[in-house]
Design a protein around this ligand. Structure first.
Ligand code: FEO
Length: 120
């Protein structure tokens, strides 16, 4: 399923998970990707995207484990695959990599994260 990519690339209420801490972290990942698009030559911004995303995944996975969420193993693997891909990105980022990151986050929040709504 494909989802509309916000332009400018900014979090909005359609991404609300109902968990304020998670929404705050998702907003921060949006900002990181926005910044990477603004300055694709910056390797530091790619590293920042990786770090902010990794921290978010750690927090979200902790909540899923604590709640004994049934899909945690699959969800963790999806996170791991995304981080591996970000790790492989090199500055300058090309348009295809930026488009992929934008689509991935939107699709992940709405298609995967939303499944845990009301369960954590
Ligand atoms: Fe919010 Fe599964 O990342």
């Amino acid at each position: 399923m494909s989802y509309e990519i916000p332009e400018p690339y900014v979090w909005d209420d359609s991404f609300r998970t109902t968990y304020d801490n998670i929404d705050t972290e998702h907003k921060a990942i949006f900002v990181c990707i926005f910044n990477c698009a603004k300055d694709p030559k910056s390797a530091a911004l790619i590293t920042k995207l990786y770090d902010v995303t990794a921290d978010h995944f750690t927090d979200e996975e902790g909540m899923m484990v604590k709640a004994k969420y049934e899909d945690v193993t699959n969800h963790k693997q999806i996170h791991k695959d995304f981080l591996a891909k970000i790790k492989s990105l090199k500055a300058p980022l090309d348009d295809a990599s930026l488009a992929w990151a934008k689509q991935w986050l939107v699709g992940h929040i709405k298609g995967i994260d939303f499944k845990y709504k009301g369960k954590l």
